[in-house]
Design a protein around this ligand. Sequence first.
Ligand SMILES: Nc1nc2c(c(=O)[nH]1)N[C@H]1C(S)=C(S)[C@@H](COP(=O)(O)O)O[C@H]1N2
Ligand SMILES: [Mo]
Length: 219
Amino acid sequence: MFDLELKKLQTEEPRTPEGLPEDIIVSPDTHRANRIPPGQSRTRKWPILDAGGPPRIDMEKWRLELHGLVEKEASFDWAQFQQLPRTKVFSDFHCVTRWSRLGNVWEGVSTRDLMKAVGTISPRARYVLVHGYDFGWTTNLPLDQFLAEDALIATHHDGEPLSVEHGAPARLIVPRLYAWKSAKWIGGLEFIENDKAGFWERNGYHMNGDPWREERFGY
Ligand SMILES: Nc1nc2c(c(=O)[nH]1)N[C@H]1C(S)=C(S)[C@@H](COP(=O)(O)O)O[C@H]1N2
Ligand SMILES: [Mo]
């Protein structure tokens, strides 16, 4: 009996984008016939992975700061962040340590909507350095990846508020790149001209990080 249930769990097909409500943005990779990138295996659990554990965040002091090469720098407190338009995204999540979690529904503020609030981005800006609240943790990614239609600052996952371990109160989600680019406990977005390695990138991980091209290490 137990064996049978276990088998069912392991073979159950992932949720597909067909039949989702119209207002959910569907990440294009979820339309692939094979949704598992090379060298990855599917997990039905959601592992917790980070470099130093959750930071203590005082919600009175929480800010999301946008700075660098933007027309006007901006800082949202939690109440202001709640006023921004909300978006839902259906996407897969690929960790460079070789697990993939398929069919996630994220809810939060799309990066495109967030950027509308700060005027234009300088044409010189080509990369984003994302800052977490944990010990000055950072990750870098190309601006066009950050502004992909399915990228968002998420507060909810599969209908539940994010747990602290998974990045509450808010985390970045960039479905088209490996999960280490999806910064938990987000506090800042710095728009820069020249690419600058973040925490894992300084330790050998890829500057871009496309799972379909197995951009795990190096440039
Ligand atoms: N701020 C911050 N964000 C982070 C990390 C981290 O150490 N600090 N780890 C990254 C890594 S390596 C992965 S695989 C994902 C894992 O997200 P999860 O713990 O919600 O599965 O978060 C990423 N975001
Ligand atoms: Mo990771």
